[in-house]
Design a protein around this ligand. Structure first.
Ligand SMILES: C[S@@+](CC[C@H](N)C(=O)[O-])C[C@H]1O[C@@H](n2cnc3c(N)ncnc32)[C@H](O)[C@@H]1O
Length: 198
């Protein structure tokens, strides 16, 4: 079976429009088969967007690690019009949808890219992610190490993880790697973790 985190999903395309409803505004997004949570915005993603930190100061650099069709990246770009939002995904179909969604919403501050094309010297003020837990622990840890190493000194990461998919063990692992971790929210099936330098 085709997995949503494959680079090139083999499942036939069947696009649809879904709505992301938030207290500060709603947007329509195009999704497709072969990408994560195509039928509705994922509950964890919604929690991250509802309970994540306030918009940043001007001109900051944000990244959505594992952007999918772009619910997080497009919301960040809308809330932070002077920030640059990097939207990164391995899945080509997801990247194409994220590009289309940002364009349809008139958001010109979203940079969609593959992990391999991220500039080597990129420094990030905030990482937002509903990370790809299903890739397995070893790959997930590599992804997080890659991105956390790019945080600015005062930077922070905001990760939403399902409790039954290892949110608490990820929390402990991050602490063993020397990061300060706070549980910002715990609602329904999810935990929202804030990660900073100690
Ligand atoms: C849980 S989904 C979240 C998607 C989207 N942010 C959302 O909220 O609907 C995780 C995403 O990570 C992507 N992914 C998997 N491995 C990745 C990697 N090494 N770097 C970046 N993204 C990756 C998957 O393709 C998938 O789109």
């Amino acid at each position: 079976m085709s997995q949503y985190f494959e680079a090139d999903p083999s499942v036939a395309s069947k696009k649809q429009l879904i709505e992301l409803v938030l207290p500060d505004g709603s947007i329509e997004l195009t999704t497709d088969r072969g990408v994560f949570s195509a039928d509705r915005v994922d509950g964890g993603t919604k929690l991250l967007l509802l309970d994540g930190p306030e918009p940043v100061a001007d001109d900051q650099t944000l990244v959505d690690v594992g952007c999918g069709y772009g619910p997080i990246a497009c919301t960040l770009a809308r809330r932070n019009p002077t920030a640059t939002v990097w939207a990164v995904d391995v899945n080509q179909r997801a990247r194409d949808l994220c590009t289309t969604n940002a364009a349809n919403l008139g958001l010109d501050n979203v940079q969609v890219t593959t992990p391999d094309d991220v500039p080597a010297d990129l420094i990030v003020d905030r990482i937002w992610s509903n990370p790809p837990i299903r890739v397995g622990k070893a790959v997930l840890h590599e992804i997080l190490e890659f991105w956390l190493a790019r945080l600015s000194p005062a930077g922070s990461a905001h990760l939403v993880v399902q409790k039954h998919l290892g949110a608490d063990s990820l929390h402990r692992w991050l602490e063993t790697q020397g990061w300060a971790v706070d549980r910002r929210a715990s609602r329904k099936a999810f935990r929202l973790l804030d990660v900073t330098r100690p």
